[in-house]
Each structure stands twice: as structure tokens, then as C-alpha cells.
Write a protein that binds this ligand. Structure first.
Ligand code: NCD
Ligand code: ZN
Length: 343
């Protein structure tokens, strides 16, 4: 069985720096034409200048035979000057601003402590039509980790869309039925990315039969009813839902630890994993919209002109990918993925 589709884009990707960047970029560029690059480096990318310098490093890591284009973002802080928005708007390489609640996830310590501190910049983003990418989890210590997305909608997203009705927002890596309902019920300015791992797994996969640190990510995997809602959204052909892998590599040392990092690495087989999901849902005809059209449309980008071919032919995933003196443990390590991309 073959599937010929427009080359896809990954609308949420972590490529890190140095050796890890080379690996992540080569895996993504193998299949995807473009990717929205997350700015949460150890030293976050908080300005247009920093994003352009990071982009220059990424360009050096792109394999010579690839036309891959990194779509840059900057990291919102309490002190981001509103004048940054016009700078972004006039720069063709920067496509969005990312909001991390301070302390919510990897390298988010410089994130926003209170959304009200960013209202001047949000006004400018709304005016200049620069999208806000939202990590939608509250960080309050009294809120259970499994409820953090749901409470974020109730306490913050509802206020945000009310105060900035024309602001384009991507609700990133949604994990709950509440998030699906919120996006479905909101205006066309609200989109959402969905990862392959949240479509494939529920929290029992991470916790039953022994804890699986390589399946720990944020937002954390949820119960099966939420996975079902995500499957329905992804295969619904509703253009508000589109592909964002949130592939987020950490070394094995950092994952297999008394305090392991959050992040799942899927870049080596991302589109193939989504193909498995869409096939299981009898929705392969909906994959092209989700992977190659709706995200580009949301970001006002042209569709890619190249086509790629997915083939129903199993591949075995390597046990690890070596990186410097350590390694990355890829999703499905040592196991099989049912599809492969044959260019
Ligand atoms: C991401 C990372 O490691 O940068 N981790 C993750 O679990 N998804 C950050 C993020 O997107 O939350
Ligand atoms: Zn992410």
C-alpha cells in the first residue's frame, strides 16, 4: 500500500543545539519541508537577534541535499518589549512568539510569571497578526498534574480569547478532551497541534508494568478517554487541528534519572507514526490535510510543492542514536513502525 501526499510540515519541534541538533535536524529534514522551531534552549531565544543567530546555526546543520526551512520563534518573558513584535513582523524568518508559564516545562524558568504582565505585547501581536503559541498548563502547586491543562483553559485561555479576540493562538500539544472541545468551540483564530505520542498512548502505557521514563513528557500522557478525543480531532478534517510532533530529545542520562527530564523523541519516524494512527482510524485520506495543509494554512504559508510517498512496509527502529558521549532513546526503540517514507 502506498500513499502519495504533499510534503508535510512539523508545526512544533525541538532541535536543541550542537551534536543533538545535527541528529534532530537530519531526522526531521528527511521528511518534513519546514518546522516551527521551539525557542526553549538552555539560554532561551528571547529576541529577534537571538532567533536569527540560532537560525544561522540550524542552517549549518541541514544536510546538503535537503531544502528544509526552519521557521523561527521567540520566547516570551515578563520583560519582552512590545517593540519586538514589529521587528518580528518585518522579518520573514520569525513566525510566532511562544508563551511558557514559568516553571511549566523544560527550560521554562524565564517564562511568564503572570499573563497580565504581557498585555502590552499581546496587544501588539493582535494588531500585527503575530501568532501566540501557548504551552497550556497551570503551574500552581495545588493543581494536580493531570488537571493542569484543563485548569489552564478555565483560568487563562478563556480570559485571553475574551481580551484579545483577534489574536491568533496555537494551543500546543493538546492532551485532553477539554482542550479539543475548547478549540472546536472557539473562533477560527484558535488552532492546536497534536503529537503522535499523545495519539498513540495513554498514561497506563507509561506507568503499568514498570515506569517508562522515555514516555514521560509534558503535558503528561492522560487517560484513554482523552486519547480518544484527540484521535477524533486529528482525523476530523477540521483545519484547526494540525501536526506538531513536539519531538524533544534528551540524553538517556537525563531521562533515566532520579529526576528525569520531560520529552519524547519521535523525529526519526514521526510521519510514519502518524500514518499508523490514521490507518488504524480508517482515516488515511485525512492525513494529508492534517500533516501538509492545515498547519501551513494557519501560519499563512504556501503548501509545499514536493510530494512524498509513504509505504506500508515495516521498519525496525534502532535501539539508540549515539550523541557525543551519550545517546538518545528513540520512540519505539528496537521495535517496529508499520510505515516508511520512500522518497
Ligand atoms: C519539551 C522539551 O523538552 O523541550 N518537553 C516535553 O516534554 N514536551 C518542552 C515542552 O514542549 O513542553
Ligand atoms: Zn515542545
Amino acid at each position: 500500500m502506498h500513499l502519495n501526499i504533499t510534503q508535510p510540515d512539523d508545526l512544533h519541534l525541538h532541535v536543541r543545539e550542537d551534536a543533538m541538533m545535527s541528529l534532530a535536524i537530519s531526522h526531521t529534514a528527511r521528511v518534513f519541508a519546514r518546522a516551527i522551531i521551539m525557542p526553549n534552549l538552555a539560554t532561551p531565544i528571547i529576541s529577534t537577534e537571538a532567533a536569527l543567530a540560532y537560525r544561522a546555526n540550524i542552517l549549518l546543520a541541514i544536510p546538503k541535499d535537503s531544502n528544509f526551512i526552519p521557521l523561527m520563534t521567540i520566547y516570551l518573558t515578563d520583560n519582552t518589549p512590545p517593540s519586538e513584535v514589529e521587528k518580528i513582523k518585518s522579518n520573514q524568518h520569525i513566525h510566532a512568539i511562544k508563551y511558557y508559564p514559568a516553571g511549566a516545562t523544560t527550560n521554562s524558568d524565564s517564562g511568564v510569571t503572570n499573563l497580565s504582565k504581557t498585555y502590552k505585547i499581546l496587544e501588539q501581536m493582535e494588531k500585527h497578526d503575530v501568532p501566540l503559541l501557548v504551552h497550556g498548563e497551570v503551574t500552581d502547586s495545588d493543581i494536580d498534574i493531570f488537571d493542569r491543562e484543563k485548569i489552564f483553559i478555565e483560568r487563562h485561555l478563556n480570559v485571553l480569547i475574551n481580551d484579545f479576540p483577534s489574536l491568533r493562538i496555537v494551543f500546543e500539544h493538546i492532551t485532553t478532551k477539554e482542550a479539543v472541545d475548547f478549540v472546536n468551540e472557539s473562533s477560527k483564530n484558535i488552532g492546536a497541534t497534536i503529537t503522535a505520542h499523545h495519539l498513540l498512548l495513554n498514561r497506563s502505557h507509561m506507568l503499568v508494568g514498570g515506569i517508562k521514563p522515555h514516555l514521560y513528557c509534558l503535558p503528561v500522557l492522560k487517560r484513554e478517554t482523552h486519547r480518544t478525543a484527540l484521535l477524533e480531532a486529528a482525523t476530523s478534517a477540521n483545519p484547526k487541528f494540525f501536526l506538531g510532533t513536539d519531538s524533544a530529545p534528551h540524553t538517556i542520562k537525563k531521562k533515566e534519572s532520579a529526576c528525569g527530564c520531560a520529552g519524547i523523541y519521535t523525529a526519526h519516524a514521526a510521519l510514519e507514526l502518524y500514518a499508523e494512527i490514521f490507518e488504524q482510524e480508517n482515516a488515511l485520506d485525512k492525513l494529508e490535510g492534517f500533516a501538509s495543509q492545515f498547519g501551513a494554512d494557519f501560519y499563512n504559508l504556501p503548501h509545499n510543492s514536493r510530494k512524498i510517498t509513504l509505504e506500508k512496509s515495516p521498519q525496525t527502529i534502532p535501539a539508540t542514536f549515539p550523541v557525543e558521549n551519550d545517546a538518545i532513546y528513540p520512540f519505539r526503540a528496537g521495535e517496529s513502525v508499520a510505515w516508511r517514507v520512500s522518497q
